[in-house]
Design a protein around this ligand. Structure first.
Ligand code: EPU
Length: 338
């Protein structure tokens, strides 16, 4: 096993800021990870397990050991007339996994096309887009205790999925390495086109017969037109979550700001479009040095080149303060800060 010292993380996280880790290693198998647990360097350092690095911001150098998860493989483990259970290793690129499903005509993850990152992060974040979340298709998460090496299986219920939330971000934060995820996909998919932009895009594409491929293509078109490609402009997708407020708070805001964008939730509360709040505060397309707010989607903070993590973080704080002062709403960061 190779350990690299004072190693640049620039190409390992999608914000692409120039930060270093004290030490870096990669694991290519579960056995290799279990061997790593016995090493002094592992026992004596703070550990961060890294997947695609697409949902984090380093505000300073990392003073510990970064373990890059390189576990690979996609396999069908079970099937019946209607469903197929596919196990994907955590280090698989998420979008490549989606394309594998699309090419096999297995339905369930097509709405989640083009999301940056790896399979292993998908249950952690309960990634979601265009009316679908991982919780809708995740059957099981296979993980390894980072202290004891013990293998543990989490059912969908065990994961305690919520909006961009799971048990792996809270009670089990930094306690498990996610090794693989089992997805229950459909051979006879029911398509989810409820999210307005998808129907519009399908129409523009001239699609008459819905298919897994058509929906995936529509989502790819929408995302490419709105969201910056991390390979070109550093970013981590939505930087903030859409905040949930009470009906009372929503009604008051709506009265004051009739154009407020909000969605009623089953629990009686409302989810506000944080992108709208941020845009109204004048931040959309704003640039402070190389740190900025994306020109097409105010929820996305970007690094135009040489911004530092702390510059991006400070910008996020300015936005938080402005939204709080103007609307009395507290935004929460979706991106993990280190
Ligand atoms: N809006 C604005 N200005 C903006 C952006 C949005 O006014 O700059 C308003 C518009 O009215 C728009 C509405 O907000 O109709 C919703 O915007 P959008 O469809 O872009 O979705 P979002 O709520 O901003 C969420 C997810 C995205 C996901 C999209 C589509 C969160 C935090 N973000 O964004 O997820 O792709 O819905 O489902 O829930 C991510 O998590 O990294 C991510 C990109």
């Amino acid at each position: 096993m190779q350990f690299l010292s004072k190693y640049s993380l620039k190409k390992y996280h999608t914000f692409g800021t120039d930060v270093y880790t004290k030490c870096f290693t990669e694991i290519n198998s579960v056995t290799q990870f279990k061997d790593l647990l016995q090493e002094d360097i592992y026992k004596n350092n703070a550990i961060l397990i890294l997947g695609g690095g697409s949902n984090l911001l380093f505000t300073k150098n990392f003073n510990g050991l970064i373990v890059k998860n390189n576990l690979h493989g996609i396999e069908i483990i079970k099937q019946d007339e209607n469903h197929v259970w596919v196990k994907a290793a955590a280090g698989e690129n998420w979008h490549q996994f989606v394309l594998w499903c699309v090419n096999h005509n297995y339905g369930g993850v097509e709405n989640l096309s083009l999301i940056p990152g790896c399979v292993g992060a998908s249950p952690m974040q309960n990634i979601g887009a265009y009316g679908v979340e991982i919780k809708d298709v995740c059957e099981q998460v296979n993980a390894i205790d980072v202290k004891t090496g013990e293998e543990k299986t989490f059912s969908n219920a065990d994961c305690k999925f919520g909006y961009r939330e799971s048990v792996f971000k809270h009670a089990y934060k930094n306690k498990y390495l996610i090794a693989s995820v089992v997805f229950k996909l459909s051979k006879k998919p029911v398509f989810n086109t409820s999210y307005g932009a998808i129907e519009q895009e399908l129409k523009a594409m001239g699609v008459i017969q819905l298919s897994v491929k058509a929906i995936s293509d529509a989502v790819i078109n929408i995302r490419s037109s709105k969201l910056p490609d991390p390979a070109k402009i550093g970013n981590a997708g939505s930087f903030f979550k859409n905040p949930e407020v009470s009906k009372q708070k929503h009604d008051k805001l709506k009265q004051q700001y009739p154009n407020l964008v909000a969605y009623a939730l089953d629990n009686g509360n409302y989810k506000l479009a944080a992108g709208w709040l941020i845009e109204q505060c004048g931040f959309k397309g704003k640039r402070f040095g190389d740190a900025g707010v994306h020109v097409n989607q105010a929820l996305v903070l970007v690094n135009y080149g040489t911004a530092s993590g702390s510059e991006i973080y400070n910008l996020s704080q300015q936005i938080l303060d402005a939204v709080k002062n103007t609307y009395g709403v507290t935004l929460e960061r979706e991106v993990n800060i280190y």
